[in-house]
Design a protein around this ligand. Structure first.
Ligand SMILES: Nc1nc2c(c(=O)[nH]1)N[C@H]1C(S)=C(S)[C@@H](COP(=O)(O)OP(=O)(O)OC[C@H]3O[C@@H](n4cnc5c(=O)[nH]c(N)nc54)[C@H](O)[C@@H]3O)O[C@H]1N2
Ligand SMILES: Nc1nc2c(c(=O)[nH]1)N[C@H]1C(S)=C(S)[C@@H](COP(=O)(O)OP(=O)(O)OC[C@H]3O[C@@H](n4cnc5c(=O)[nH]c(N)nc54)[C@H](O)[C@@H]3O)O[C@H]1N2
Ligand code: SF4
Ligand SMILES: [Mo]
Length: 792
């Protein structure tokens, strides 16, 4: 290796000072202690406030520690959204914190494929050199950034901005671009921006509708199971579920629309056509608040209800009854998820799902769908014609479609991606068609992975940089989107970083410095921060107006300057930017939540309160009617009609759903949410109390035909691969439909250090070519397979 580029300023000593602060005992930190002590003496009896990181709900929890072990977990009653609620998954969170494959030191891959431990100085210098090398020879736009956060951590993606700006990286992607981008696109058409997500108000709704979503297991809104139970136990409130499976949620429903897998487009078209035919639409709302209703009504009325019912396998009478329940409810809230997004007609489904609540006028009202405030959007917005630089596929929400990534690498196209930074994601296991991804990643000139654990993707990397866990640093997500009051939780570290692992903020700060990317003119900023908030704000204002780089790299700038005043909360410095944004964009809503001040004083007060509320806080209160102010179309209306989807809708009339017609007679839902999975966040199979092997759910009739009984092993063959799993014979799945869980099939060392794969890695079976034409969302819920019993 040649000499690394000289780092600017006295980087390493700054970094060491920050690290010392990070590792300082919490008692010395200025932020409020995130712990309550029942008994003064015994540290194992102290409850530390944090959150569960296993799904997007991020329920507030309190934990007890014995040394570095999390020994007890309970819900945090002071958390503004979860209020003490958790599901069973949080209780064994120590399996995440103390996984056997946690990374403790930077690693560099040798030519023979083995890894060598290197110091941070060496790793940072070499990564900087390799990536700036690509930038200087072919351009930083040939480096792809993937990931940026999972279910519990959104700081990495924000801090990465400094590195991406320094390198001139233009393209990003993450898991949203294989599930939600089609839905975001449809939303963008209707509300004006792809990152304007309408959210349900399940707490107050009279009719909850879930389409391809099983919130009992997957959650997705606060206290999901409690809310579902309340709806079930109240005769006046209704639950409608569209799912081919008798999921836990479907089993509670007033109307379970047991759709044949992959045929939701017909079911949704029928529901809408019935609403028009039976006069269940809200004509006043549609005329006054929306555009495109005339065209849309014509399109919908063209659907043949009986034919749609036949194709989706639901009785017309059942569809009519459900449409009436929805059309006459005082309020309706709904959520769709992977069951229709990762299935045929994905983007079309998302449009039709949105129309269910719009044609019935359930928008901008209690119990209906609303546009909540967010401290920061979870994705971007792409204008018309934004495409990736190699395949020309549409970029939606600012992201390269995941399914386009291999073709953007493994090609001789001059714009191909040569380098990749993967942070807090495991694409070689979670993206469709792992074989295709492995082939493509092998062509990269440099792959850098930042993770807490030795993942499938890390194993393929040139450099692996160890991040400390989400219990060892401040973290937060930007998922929360509640109305009328919205909350946010900046979590406090409860443990010191393992080994040499670092928070992403620190990793990115060091990389920016090593790449020579620190903005000029921020020199006095750290001193100003030491003098006080007013001085800091003044100097920051001057610096950002004289150097646009300051704004472009703001997270790292804040970390380097404000961070040192925050003790072990330094990585929360980024929230200062969010607080400034919120105070400029919606000061009245912030004040309505009890934060005082005007202008930058309001921002400063909001920031302090965010950083000093270990259980989280309500940071904004709005009126339901303010949803209208958030529509981004200049006419302030909802644009119902999406021209680009018209042909696909019309083609439903001639299309026959293709199921069971060839050598792959079964439809496999590859990646179901169960109580035994949490994406790839948990890697230790011992975490699972039940379903340790990850069973293949199969209907009793199919089991009989195959000659298998409960527990027998079944071989699953797709056009891309083969796998084996034990059968779980259950009539909750319909004949012809089988399911496997998500998040299994990861490699994990046993006590002797021997690596084993536990369960089926479903993406060895999926095919990257099976995907939506518009968003490229893979059809994971609709993988065509053949089954055979495994002898013996
Ligand atoms: N326990 C647990 N919770 C999680 C996660 C986890 O890994 N484990 N992951 C989180 C993440 S990242 C996400 S995106 C969400 C996803 O959450 P969900 O989308 O709710 O979860 P899934 O089980 O993947 O799929 C939902 C339902 O779709 C149904 N389905 C399958 N095929 C079809 C079809 O053709 N039509 C219809 N209508 N339904 C169909 C399945 O039977 C299933 O009940 O969960 C989050 N929560
Ligand atoms: N076949 C099939 N495939 C699927 C799905 C499916 O249903 N079927 N579901 C898809 C969906 S919806 C999603 S969202 C994706 C999820 O897939 P990914 O986006 O790849 O991410 P996660 O599984 O959330 O894994 C997060 C990674 O972050 C790491 N990590 C945890 N904490 C930290 C931290 O503090 N810092 C850093 N740097 N890393 C950390 C974990 O070790 C893990 O490697 O999977 C998708 N894949
Ligand atoms: S897995 Fe989700 S619902 Fe369960 S405790 Fe964790 S955050 Fe809450
Ligand atoms: Mo997801």
């Amino acid at each position: 290796m040649s000499t690394p580029p000289a780092a600017e300023g006295n980087t390493m000593s700054d970094a060491n000072a920050r690290l010392a602060a990070l590792r300082a005992k919490r008692t010395g930190a200025p932020a409020a202690a995130a712990a309550t002590n029942d008994t003064e003496e015994d540290p194992t009896k102290v409850w530390h406030k944090t959150a569960c990181v296993l799904c997007s709900n991020n329920c507030g929890i309190e934990v007890r520690l014995d040394g570095r072990k999390i020994t007890r977990v309970r819900g945090d009653k002071e958390h503004p959204a979860s209020k003490g609620y958790t599901c069973e998954k949080a209780l064994r969170i120590d399996y995440y914190q103390n996984g056997r494959d946690r990374l403790t030191t930077p690693l560099r891959r040798n030519d023979d494929g083995t890894f060598e431990e290197v110091s941070w100085d060496v790793a940072i210098a070499e990564v900087a050199e390799r990536l700036t090398g690509i930038r200087d020879s072919v351009g930083g736009d040939k480096i792809l950034y993937y990931g940026g956060g999972g279910q519990g951590n959104h700081f990495p993606g924000a801090y990465a901005r400094g590195v991406l700006q320094t390198l001139g990286v233009k393209y990003r992607s993450n898991a949203l671009a294989q599930e939600k981008t089609g839905m975001f696109w449809a939303q963008g058409k209707m509300f004006g921006k792809q990152n304007l997500g309408a959210m349900g108000d399940f707490e107050h709704t009279d009719c909850a509708v879930f389409i391809g979503k099983n919130p009992w297991q997957s959650h997705g809104f606060p206290e999901s199971r409690n809310e579902l139970n309340k709806i079930r136990n109240d005769d006046k409130r209704k639950l409608v579920v569209m799912d081919p499976r008798v999921s836990e949620t479907a089993a509670m429903a007033d109307h379970h629309l047991r759709v044949r897998p992959g045929t939701d487009a017909w079911a949704l078209a029928a529901l809408l056509a019935i609403m028009v035919e039976e006069g269940l639409t809200d004509e006043k709302f549609l005329a006054e608040q929306c555009t495109g209703w005339d065209e849309l009504r014509d399109l919908i009325s063209g659907a043949d209800i009986a034919d749609c019912a036949r194709k989706c396998g639901i009785d017309e009478a059942e569809l009519r009854a459900a449409a009436r329940t929805m059309g006459t409810a005082k309020s309706l809230s709904t959520e769709e998820d992977l069951g229709i997004e990762m299935a045929p007609h994905s983007t079309l489904n998302s449009w039709l799902q949105r129309l269910l609540y719009l044609v019935t006028g359930n928008f901008a009202k209690p119990g209906g769908m609303n546009l909540p405030l967010r401290l920061a959007p979870i994705c971007g917005h792409s204008g018309e014609g934004e495409v990736d630089p190699v395949t020309g596929n549409a970029m939606l929400s600012g992201l390269v479609a995941c399914a386009a990534i291999p073709d953007c690498i493994d090609t001789d196209h001059p714009n191909r991606f040569r380098g990749m930074i993967v942070e807090s994601a495991n694409p070689l296991h979670t993206l469709p068609d792992s074989k295709r991804f492995r082939e493509a990643f092998a062509k990269l000139e440099c792959l850098v992975v930042i993770d807490v654990a030795m993942t499938e993707t890390a194993r393929a990397a040139d450099y692996v940089l160890p991040a400390c866990s989400q219990y060892e640093k401040p973290e937060a997500t930007f998922f929360a989107g509640e109305m009328p009051a919205n909350y946010f939780q900046v979590r406090h570290p409860i443990l010191e970083p393992l080994g040499e692992s670092l928070p992403e903020a620190e990793i990115h700060s060091r990389l920016v410095a090593a790449m020579g990317g620190r903005p000029a003119g921020t020199d006095g900023l750290a001193d100003a921060a030491q003098q006080g908030r007013e001085a800091f704000i003044e100097v920051l204002g001057q610096a950002s107006s004289s150097d646009p780089d300051v704004g472009a790299k703001l997270p790292v700038v804040l970390y380097d300057s404000l961070g040192p005043t925050l003790g072990n909360m330094a990585p929360a410095a980024i929230m200062f930017g969010s607080a400034m944004q919120a105070s400029m964009r919606y000061p009245d809503e912030v004040r309505a939540a009890g934060v005082e001040g005007e202008g930058l004083e309001l921002a400063s007060n909001l920031f302090d309160k965010l950083v000093n509320s270990p259980s989280g806080m309500i940071y904004s209160v709005s009126e339901y009617s303010q949803t209208w102010d958030r529509i981004a179309h200049p006419d302030g209306k909802i644009h119902l009609y999406i021209e680009e989807l018209e042909d696909e809708f019309r083609s439903l009339a001639d299309e026959e759903p293709a199921i069971g017609q060839d050598r792959f007679p079964f439809v496999l839902s590859a990646g179901e949410r169960r109580s035994s999975n949490a994406n790839d966040v948990i890697r230790d199979p011992e975490w699972r109390k039940k379903d340790k092997a990850g069973s293949l759910r199969i209907n009793p009739d199919d089991a009989t035909t195959l000659g298998v009984v409960d527990g027998d092993r079944v071989r699953i063959v797709s056009k891309r691969g083969e796998a084996e799993a034990p059968a779980e014979v259950t009539d909750t799945v319909m004949a012809g439909h089988v399911t496997l869980p998500h998040g299994f099939g990861t490699e994990y060392p046993d006590e002797d250090g021997e690596h084993k794969i536990h369960g089926v890695a479903v993406n060895e079976l999926t095919d990257i070519e099976d995907r939506d034409w518009l968003s490229l969302t893979p059809h994971h819920k609709h993988v065509r397979v053949a089954l055979e019993p495994v002898a013996g």
